[in-house]
Design a protein around this ligand. Structure first.
Ligand SMILES: [Zn+2]
Length: 266
């Protein structure tokens, strides 16, 4: 069974009114405990609750709570806001209900970060539009080459970042494997060393190939294959081949890349 994380950033629920309550507070364990207790005591239909990771002690801790406010009038919501403002260590509270019925878009946070970096989110529709648009515009020869090239540069950039934090190359590979899953490139990934200077990467549910299902056949990963090539080339030096030997669009169960360091030419 696939477990889906529905990020509470942008929701559409026709015929429902959704209100987002944004809370800023001191980043203290006591404050975090108190606000969660207070929220559970209030008569709220909480649909989702998103909190900032409590990383640095002096930072501001934030919580955004999505509530179904279909049956709540503005006076009741104001009362909720007033009560939350009374909680110790709370800096500010505001409640926003969308003017568009059934729509709730998180606007409390100005930036989203993961792994100490600012991130942006691509939906499969955005990525699909980009990939299919490239194929339709530039054709079957130029598009894979272009995707592989930008993937390679992206992979090199990622590997430089991993290497700036971790000195061990195998740890960098493990981080890449975990990030591929956590950032939605696939449902899971495994990187296995098969011989010296030779690895295999297995992806379950590789997003790039799933998006192209029914649109392209054969071995269809060029962007993520380029990313893998860039990561290995940057981490281990030299130039690496990244060949997709299995693909869901060629009838296989999963997508598998064979990574091999190219022999240096004398
Ligand atoms: Zn594939």
């Amino acid at each position: 069974m696939i477990r889906v994380m529905n990020l509470p950033l942008s929701l559409f629920l026709p015929h429902r009114r959704i209100t987002i309550i944004g809370i800023e507070m001191k980043n203290l364990p006591e404050a975090r405990k108190t606000i969660l207790r207070r929220l559970s005591e209030l008569d709220l239909d909480i649909m989702s609750l998103m909190t900032n990771a409590a990383l640095e002690k002096d930072s501001v801790y934030t919580v955004s709570v999505f509530i179904d406010s279909t049956d709540k009038d503005d006076a009741t919501l104001n009362e909720v806001v007033q009560q939350l403002r009374q909680v110790k260590h709370v800096i500010s509270v505001r409640a926003v209900s969308s003017d568009i019925p059934g729509v709730a878009v998180e606007q409390f946070h100005d930036e989203y970060h993961a792994f100490n970096m600012r991130i942006l989110i691509f939906t499969e529709r955005t990525l699909g539009g980009m990939l299919k648009g490239l194929y339709n515009t530039f054709g079957d020869k130029a598009t894979p080459a272009f995707l592989f090239l930008i993937g390679t540069q992206t992979g090199r950039e990622a590997a430089r970042y991993y290497a700036s934090i971790f000195s061990d190359k195998q740890t960098c590979l493990k981080i890449h494997e975990l990030q591929a899953h956590a950032f939605g490139y696939c449902r899971w990934a495994r990187i296995i060393m098969t011989a010296p200077d030779e690895y295999e990467i297995r992806f379950e549910g590789l997003t790039e190939c799933e998006i192209l299902r029914g649109f392209k056949t054969g071995h269809t990963s060029h962007w993520v294959r380029g990313v893998a090539c860039g990561v290995f080339s940057e981490l281990f030096g030299g130039e690496w081949d990244a060949i997709e030997i299995k693909c869901i669009n060629a009838g296989d169960d999963s997508c598998v890349f064979k990574m091999r360091k190219k022999k240096a030419t004398p």
